[in-house]
Design a protein around this ligand. Structure first.
Ligand code: 5GP
Ligand code: ZN
Length: 115
């Protein structure tokens, strides 16, 4: 599926809703989270609509690889060596927007296990 008319992140990818864009690549977009949980909190999304990371892996593995490379480039651009790349998958795991996004979190110490 290329776009979902009711999807918030499709609207951001399409420019209908503004976002603080950090990086763009052919198939991905990176923008700052509206409610940052760390000094660096950037979301990296595919431009195309896929509901979660497993769906993206099945449908467009090259785009998933591009998304991971872009996440690394976001961290490098922010000057952080250590970061956490999180794909919440399913509402019980904390996914609230069903357009796959990798959270790039860094700039502070991270604890384990996550909450
Ligand atoms: P999830 O809970 O699905 O893993 O992550 C969704 C993320 O999207 C949350 O961290 C939330 O703060 C962020 N978010 C929700 N709405 C918007 C928005 O309109 N703009 C931006 N930049 N981030 C958003
Ligand atoms: Zn979408």
């Amino acid at each position: 599926m290329s776009a979902d008319a009711d999807c918030l992140f499709c609207k951001i990818a399409g420019g209908q809703i503004p976002a603080d864009v950090v990086r763009e690549s052919e198939h991905t977009l990176a923008f700052r989270d509206i409610s940052p949980q760390a000094p660096t909190h950037v979301l990296v999304i595919p431009r195309e609509h896929h509901r979660d990371v497993a769906s993206l892996a099945a449908a467009a593995p090259g785009t998933l690889a591009e998304l991971v490379r872009e996440a690394a480039a976001v961290a490098a651009g922010e000057g952080i060596e250590a970061y956490r790349l999180v794909f919440n998958t399913g509402s019980e795991a904390g996914q609230s927007v069903f357009h796959v996004h990798g959270h790039v979190l860094g700039g502070r110490a991270m604890t384990w296990p996550p909450g």
